[in-house]
Write a protein that binds this ligand. Structure first.
Ligand SMILES: [Zn+2]
Length: 212
C-alpha cells in the first residue's frame, strides 16, 4: 500500500519540476554526446508509427523503450482508427507516404477507460460520439463477451477486440491499400499493454495483403 501511494506521489510532479527536469535531461544528453541535438535537428527517419491510447500510463516511448526519432506517434482516447478523422489520417498519410515507416502499431491496453465508458454506453458530448465504434463492436461481439462472467476479464477481452478492429479498419483503408498495391513494405501490428505487468502482447499482424 505504501509503495503504491509513493508511486502516485512521484507521478504528481509540480509544474516547475517539469521544466527543470527538461534542463537536466538536455544537459545529460549533451554530456553523453555533444552533437546529440545537432543530429536530432537534422531530420526524422522513424520506422514505426504508433497509434496508442491517450492514457497517461501508456507512454509510447516509455513502454517501447524507444529513443527520440524512432517513433512517429498519434494518440487518442481508446486508440481509435476512424478513417474520416483528419487528425489521425493525416498522421498515417505523412508516416506512410513521406516518412516511409515500415510498421504501424496500434497499441491498446487492458482496463482502458475509453473502452469501459463505451461498454457503459457513455453519451457525453464528444466522448460518446468518439466511442461509437467501440459501442457497436461491443454489441456485435455480445455473444462472446456475455459468456465471460468476470467483469475485469470481459473488459480486457473487449480491449483486445477493440485493437483487432482498428487493425482491420486500417488494413482496409484506401491509404494502406494503395501503399500495399505500390509494393510498399508495410506491416500492421495490433498490440495490447498490460498495466499490471508492464508487458506488451502482440494480438494480430497483417503484412502486405492487397484486396483481391
Ligand atoms: Zn485507454
Amino acid at each position: 500500500m505504501k509503495i503504491a501511494s509513493n508511486h502516485i506521489q512521484k507521478r504528481r510532479k509540480p509544474y516547475g519540476e517539469i521544466l527543470s527536469a527538461n534542463k537536466a535531461w538536455a544537459k545529460q544528453m549533451i554530456e553523453q554526446d555533444a552533437d546529440y541535438f545537432k543530429h536530432l535537428a537534422l531530420g526524422q527517419y522513424p520506422d514505426y508509427l504508433w497509434i496508442g491510447c491517450s492514457d497517461s500510463r501508456v507512454p509510447a516511448a516509455g513502454v517501447s523503450q524507444t529513443e527520440p526519432g524512432e517513433l512517429f506517434v498519434h494518440r487518442n482516447i481508446a486508440n481509435q482508427v476512424i478513417t474520416n478523422d483528419f487528425n489521425l489520417m493525416s498522421v498515417v498519410k505523412y508516416a506512410v507516404d513521406y516518412l516511409h515507416v515500415k510498421h504501424i502499431v496500434v497499441c491498446g491496453h487492458y482496463g482502458c477507460g475509453g473502452v469501459i465508458a463505451a461498454m457503459k454506453n457513455n453519451t457525453d458530448k464528444y466522448l460518446g460520439d468518439w466511442l461509437s465504434g467501440i459501442k457497436e463492436a461491443y454489441k456485435r461481439n455480445s455473444l462472446e463477451l456475455d459468456a465471460i462472467l468476470d467483469e475485469k476479464e470481459k473488459i480486457n477481452r473487449m480491449c483486445e477486440i477493440n485493437v483487432e478492429r482498428q487493425i482491420e479498419k486500417l488494413a482496409s483503408s484506401s491509404l494502406i491499400q494503395k501503399a500495399w498495391k505500390k509494393g510498399k513494405e508495410l506491416q500492421l501490428h495490433g498490440w495490447i499493454f498490460d498495466l499490471e505487468t508492464g508487458l506488451i502482447t502482440p494480438l494480430t499482424e497483417i503484412h502486405n495483403k492487397p484486396k483481391q
